[in-house]
Design a protein around this ligand. Structure first.
Ligand SMILES: NC(=O)c1ccc[n+]([C@@H]2O[C@H](COP(=O)([O-])OP(=O)(O)OC[C@H]3O[C@@H](n4cnc5c(N)ncnc54)[C@H](O)[C@@H]3O)[C@@H](O)[C@H]2O)c1
Length: 355
């Protein structure tokens, strides 16, 4: 017991001495490639960053030291050779990850390693965070990655819709001086955030919402995966519940991905319809659409979460994971209204005199 505590303290000290925030990522798809491109681009610019400096860190303080996938056409390849439309300098190669669920990849060939091999690999790179960006619906694999992160004492950030956080797991991470953040990333200005913002404005202006829907159509691999009926239902439930937080009464509402249209590529279009009423029941109806770039839309939120969490961990203030998860995820342990969650996050990590 004493020696494991000593080991843990040694590990923490070693981590704290490093100036950078060291990150490993599982799943090398659209978001990971965009994130790595962003980390290079933002060495010389801040344009497009939500929080150029957060919790004392700039984006330059984050570095990626390991990336893992199970698609054999990606494993062994350098990231820079996988991206053709822009130049990547990183020399990182994709390593094989854990595969505990069935999956379809374009060439049908898979390459994976055993859980213990993955843990050994993480131990070598000693990341502060393991970021889960694997395909939607890989529940068992996501669980194994969370377990592996816990075993090596690094924090875990789950961008996928798989349910990874439980109160028990959260305590286990905290007992190792680490955090688990999630679940299901809420894009910076995606379908859900925009929908919640509109609901909040209507409620604050005294309008009664009667019925609403949000239909998302996308053209990337993640949308294609989401078409599987069970997964689509699960994601619809998360989105619909996330939006309902803004409204203090029941109303008819549905929000979810309805179609995969390859021609949209990496963009996503959300179609909204809202029926509401005002003074004397005067009708108010909205038909709107929002088109966004899916992978870019996730990156600011990931970079913010990592920096905020690193800061809170360095202060041993692990309960702050609730504020970070409420800000960055659609299905966090503690759900708060969108405006409150941004305010709490910024007051804690961006505006405080501590930084
Ligand atoms: N704005 C956003 O893009 C956004 C928002 C919310 C949630 N997410 C979630 O983030 C995740 C990544 O999104 P994406 O668009 O990059 O997806 P993607 O489909 O482009 O990439 C997923 C990658 O994960 C790999 N993978 C699958 N199982 C794996 C395993 N067990 N181990 C390692 N790699 C595995 C796949 O081979 C693929 O390369 C998805 O789960 C998505 O739902 C993204």
């Amino acid at each position: 017991m004493a020696s494991s505590r000593k080991e843990l303290n040694g590990h923490r000290q070693e981590k704290n001495q490093m100036s950078k925030i060291n990150v490993a990522i599982v799943g090398v798809g659209n978001v990971t490639k965009t994130l790595i491109r962003g980390l290079e681009f933002y060495q010389n610019s801040t344009e497009g960053l939500w929080h150029p400096k957060l919790a004392g860190f700039t984006v330059n303080d984050i570095s990626v030291s390991g990336v893992y996938d199970v698609d054999s056409s990606k494993v062994g390849k350098k990231i820079k050779d996988m991206v053709t439309d822009y130049k990547i300098n990183s020399d990182l190669s994709v390593q094989a990850g854990i595969l505990d669920d069935p999956i379809n990849v374009p060439n049908g060939q898979l390459k994976s390693i055993q859980y213990n091999e993955f843990v050994d690999s993480l131990k070598k790179i000693k990341p502060d965070f393991l970021v889960n960006l694997i395909s939607s619906g890989m529940d068992k694999s996501s669980e194994s990655y969370a377990k592996a992160a816990l075993e090596v004492g690094c924090s875990f950030l789950n961008a996928t819709s798989s349910k990874t956080i439980t109160p028990e797991l959260r305590s286990s991470f905290e007992s190792k001086g680490a955090m688990i953040l999630g679940d299901d990333l809420m894009s910076q200005f995606g379908g859900t955030a925009f929908h919640r913002g509109m609901m909040e404005l209507l409620i604050n202006r005294g309008i009664t919402i009667r019925k609403a829907y949000q239909l998302d159509v996308g053209g990337n691999a993640d949308t294609q995966n989401t078409m599987a009926e069970q997964l689509r239902e699960k994601k619809r439930k998360i989105k619909t519940e996330s939006i309902s937080i803004e409204v203090p009464y029941q109303f008819r509402s549905t929000a979810g991905t309805t179609e995969y249209a390859e021609q949209l590529g990496n963009s996503r279009v959300s179609y909204y319809w809202i029926e509401a009423k005002g003074f004397l029941g005067a009708p108010l109806e909205m038909d709107l659409s929002l088109r966004t770039n899916d992978s870019s839309n996730g990156c600011n939120v990931i970079l913010d979460s990592i920096r905020a969490a690193k800061f809170a961990i360095s202060k041993n203030d692990l309960a702050k994971s609730e504020i970070i998860s409420a800000y960055a995820f659609k299905n966090p342990p503690k759900k708060t209204k969108i405006r409150e969650s941004i305010k709490a996050f910024e007051e804690t990590f961006a505006n405080s005199a501590n930084y």
